[in-house]
Design a protein around this ligand. Structure first.
Ligand SMILES: Nc1ncnc2c1ncn2[C@@H]1O[C@H](COP(=O)(O)OP(=O)(O)OP(=O)(O)O)[C@@H](O)[C@H]1O
Ligand SMILES: [Mg+2]
Length: 306
């Protein structure tokens, strides 16, 4: 197993002559929840597609748990803004669908039926376990049409995590939800983070490693433990977007009072460093995550004592 759940090495991407991504370098530790922000059109979704393996980058290399990404695999999961569930399957069957495809061939389902039915029971058991983790234990038998937008997004999250990926990508996952629903799903991520902390304390590898694109700066700082900003406006003469901000951010417990006032300074710094074209930026001025990691370790330990 690699030290890093995800490693991006010198990744650039072009559409024709248009340089979208310029020399992206990033390492993500298992158990990190990393938020990615940046102006619309700067290449966030392009980067996620490269990590997913569906659209390989023009230059550079991406590794999931030390293994080069050469195409979509179980190692990288994704949840999009618009829920992508099968309307004709219940929540339980939606969540177990990936396991069914991946772990049983069609001929086995017919010709080795007793073996398959045992495997199927195991898949459905796991599916219920993951639905419980996203707070949907009551909704196993419901069809997507019978669920709210927030419930459907939870099913999509369970669908991604049941495959035990090394990393899950979320592309504006809560963008289509109303405020209350959005807050509930943010809390779900905070709970995942607490589970990660428990795993680390017990010497296990944390299960939830997430890279989440969001256009909401408060959401980025609130749910993540690390925020990355991408921008084309950096001053070293190239045009594509690169990482211009990479800093740790405060950890919140799901039971904490939701007080965005606590990180107003960091939000302002992030806004200027990533979105303000007039602001003088130097590529590495705010790319200080690894230097700050030792301080982060201290605050994680404190957050874990709740
Ligand atoms: N298949 C494509 N062919 C040509 N250009 C593309 C293609 N896909 C994306 N682009 C361009 O690449 C740039 C980055 O697009 P991308 O969707 O990655 O941005 P984004 O940061 O996700 O934006 P948003 O925040 O609006 O979702 C945009 O200028 C877009 O027009
Ligand atoms: Mg996008």
């Amino acid at each position: 197993m690699s030290e890093y759940a995800l490693e991006i090495r010198n990744v650039s991407h072009y559409f024709g002559d248009f340089r979208v991504l310029d020399n992206i370098n990033l390492k993500v530790l298992p158990g990190q929840i990393v938020a990615v922000v940046g102006p619309s059109g700067c290449g966030k979704s392009t980067l996620l597609k490269a990590i997913l393996g569906t659209h390989p980058p023009s230059e550079g290399e991406i590794l999931a748990d030390g293994v080069p990404v050469r195409g979509p695999t179980r190692d990288v999961g994704i949840v999009y803004q618009q829920y992508s569930l099968y309307e004709f399957l219940t929540a339980e069957k939606n969540v177990s669908f990936g396991l069914k495809l991946d772990e049983s061939a069609l001929w086995e389902r017919f010709f080795l039926f007793p073996k398959y039915s045992k495997l199927r029971r195991e898949h459905l058991r796991k599916s219920r376990e993951f639905l419980e983790r996203v707070g949907l234990e009551e909704a196993c038998g419901k069809y997507p049409g019978e669920m709210s937008g927030g419930m459907r997004q939870r099913v999509a999250v369970a669908q991604a995590f049941i495959m035990k990926p090394k990393i899950v990508l979320l592309d504006e996952p809560f963008g289509a939800l109303d405020e209350a629903m959005r807050e509930e799903l943010q809390n779900m991520l905070l709970k995942f983070y607490q589970e990660n902390l428990i795993a680390k304390r017990e010497g296990r590898r944390p299960e939830y490693t997430i890279l989440m694109v969001t256009h909401e700066l408060n959401e980025a700082i609130y749910v993540a433990d690390r925020v990355i900003g991408m921008s084309r406006f950096h001053n070293d003469g190239h045009l594509g977007a690169t990482i211009v901000y990479d800093r740790p951010c405060p950890i919140f417990h799901p039971d904490d009072e939701r007080d965005y006032g606590k990180f107003v300074t960091q939000r302002e710094e992030l806004r200027r460093a990533v979105f303000d074209e007039e602001y003088i930026k130097h590529r590495d001025k705010y790319v200080t995550f690894w230097g700050e990691l030792s301080q982060l370790a201290g605050s994680v330990a404190n957050a874990g004592t709740h």
